[in-house]
Design a protein around this ligand. Structure first.
Ligand code: SF4
Length: 348
């Protein structure tokens, strides 16, 4: 069961409650480089990015941000750190969402100006806290950035917006420690109704970053917690999008992709199953059918083990069977197995 939350709208994308969990990333071209950011945002969009964020540190970046906004179709989020004027300028430049911590921008009059700009434009605000951003007073209370300290910090920022009757808020409470991150989001889920943007911060390079993100984000999503996700990797942002979609796919949360089931191979395997499974995965990458495809190594156990699959192959000696819903369709030589499987999938 998905956690019930408030819902916010970023451009054409709804975040929260029953809206699909979205996958997002962040541009890393220089903030003033409009062309570079447009190129990258389009690549991300093509890879399946559903919301993209861009840093807006100064006026030059605002100009670039406006150009990016005009040239892409997915929602664009302005990432603001300390200068509240950049938040207001970004809203004027067409931002679909602002990421800002209101506690960092100065007195109430500034917070009010940002709130008014966002309210008028119908733009939500994401508050993003992490272990390094917890306020001194909160740290003094807990002694360390423990999960509840992170949540207190996020709710403290949210209260600054609530003061002005602003509730179009998304919270992120990230930590590079997977266990802290999971506990913090669980506490936040109990203590507020805001949609949650999940992520393990500074997760690392591609392989370990993906594993940490899958563990942390996955644990929460399985509990019904989390409305939009970002996999932070020290890698090309396109890889973040692929990783994000793979996490959702592994949890069967987006029914718009095939699920590939393949056996680990064993002494019974008599075909080149690893290459076949890789090839099937590659050829399914553009497929949007919500089907389960099984690639099994042997005829004895294959169809049985993959009974749940919609379609699949089970290897023999230099050949394989194609089966559909557990029923054998025909026997095919090994070199034609993948082609014939793909033909059947196309007909489905
Ligand atoms: Fe071995 Fe067959 Fe099971 Fe694959 S499906 S692991 S080949 S027994």
């Amino acid at each position: 069961m998905r956690r019930k939350t408030r819902q916010v709208r970023a451009g054409h994308v709804m975040i929260g409650s029953d809206s699909p969990v979205t996958v997002q990333s962040m541009l890393n071209a220089p903030a003033s480089d409009a062309e570079g950011n447009i190129r990258q945002a389009r690549e991300l969009e093509k890879a399946g990015c559903e919301i993209v964020r861009m840093s807006v540190p100064d006026q030059e970046a605002v100009r670039a941000f406006a150009k990016v906004r005009e040239n892409i179709s997915i929602p664009l989020v302005a990432d603001i750190h300390f200068d509240y004027r950049m938040a207001i300028e970004s809203v004027k430049a067409g931002a679909d969402k602002i990421r800002i911590n209101p506690g960092n921008i100065g007195d109430d009059s500034r917070v009010k100006k940002v709130v008014e700009a966002c309210r008028q434009a119908g733009v939500p605000i994401r508050i993003g806290v992490n272990s390094g951003s917890v306020e001194k007073e909160i740290l003094a209370k807990y002694g360390a950035p423990v999960p509840q300290a992170l949540v207190d910090s996020a709710l403290h920022h949210a209260a600054l917006l609530e003061k002005f009757d602003f509730y179009d808020i998304v919270l992120s409470i990230k930590s590079s420690d997977v266990s802290n991150m999971v506990q913090a989001y669980r506490l936040a889920a109990q203590q507020c109704e805001y949609p949650l943007h999940l992520g393990v911060t500074e997760a690392g390079t591609e392989r370990m970053g993906l594993i940490k993100s899958a563990a942390g984000i996955g644990a929460l999503l399985l509990d019904g917690i989390g409305d939009t996700i970002r996999v932070s990797l020290t890698a090309d942002p396109v890889r973040e999008i692929q990783a994000g979609h793979d996490i959702l796919r592994a949890l069967d949360l987006r029914g718009d992709h095939p699920q590939l089931v393949s056996c680990p191979t064993c002494g019974r395997t008599k075909i080149n199953l690893i290459a076949i499974a890789d090839e099937v995965e590659r050829r399914l990458s553009g497929c949007r059918k919500p089907i389960k495809v099984a690639v099994m190594g042997c005829i004895v156990n294959g169809p049985g083990e993959a009974r749940e699959a919609d379609i699949g192959i089970a290897g023999g000696d230099g050949c394989g069977l194609i089966f559909k819903k557990g029923e054998v369709l025909r026997k095919v030589p090994e070199e034609r197995l993948v082609d014939e499987l793909m033909n059947e999938i196309e007909k489905m």
